[in-house]
Write a protein that binds this ligand. Sequence first.
Ligand code: ADP
Ligand code: MG
Length: 267
Amino acid sequence: MKKEIETIINFEHVYANYGNFEALKDINLKINNNENWVILGANGSGKSTLIKLLTNDLYPNTEYEFKKQIFGKDRWNIFELKKLLGIITNELHVKFMNCENYITVQDIVTSGYYSAIGSFKHHIFSDGELKKADEIMQFLNIYDIKDKKVHELSTGQLRLAVIGRALMHNPKAFILDEPTVGLDIKAQKIFIQLFEKLSKEIPIILITHDVSEIFPQITHAALVYNQTIYKQGRKEDILTSKNLSEIFETDVDLRQENGKYFISYCN
Ligand code: ADP
Ligand code: MG
């Protein structure tokens, strides 16, 4: 059951730079916790940069007057904020893929408590925390492989462990950056069904270039183009062939069936 309506993100006139390069311009975006959003854009359009602003891994350009509130607050301790956001990115997946071989599925899930990569000797868990990790692994169907080590996992299994890690904190929102990249069709289906289920409890912000990741519970869409949010609103108004042809700079035909989207190229 969803709680009372709360604003997750409230950005006004936010700009972001990497050195002299202006990666995002004049971002205005308000997302409430009774909505599920897709943030759609081509490769390199600035989607992941938007996430970095959200997670305080990147700060807005202070040359402009801006408002940047997350859960109604202007300032956050980065660790506190990361506990409230269930963040699943390919970057995080790769970090775990490259960490020491002794790290297990259970370590990845429990590491959510410390927002750490892996779990280390000085991290001590209570019985309650370990029980919660067990429940999460059961929910995600990875309990049977909880002692498997990182290098013994398939891409899909590792991705599930990273989701389990995000669930440890009871996040108030999920941020999924291209969550099914690298997964085969069956694993992709399992993930999308999982997001459908999770979105009934926890609002989801899905960042992607791939319309096939958009699931029926998504209510709103924002299109990233030309370093800014080109259009945003209810998905019915925003997810159109015309808009997508514009942001992908190629003529496409977008079809929708039972809340799922399919795209094909036009000649
Ligand atoms: P997307 O996630 O939509 O593919 P990004 O937000 O990763 O796009 O990147 C937006 C733009 O910012 C791209 O032109 C990219 O090359 C640039 N960029 C991303 N990260 C950095 C960085 N750390 N330093 C410099 N430029 C970057
Ligand atoms: Mg990206």
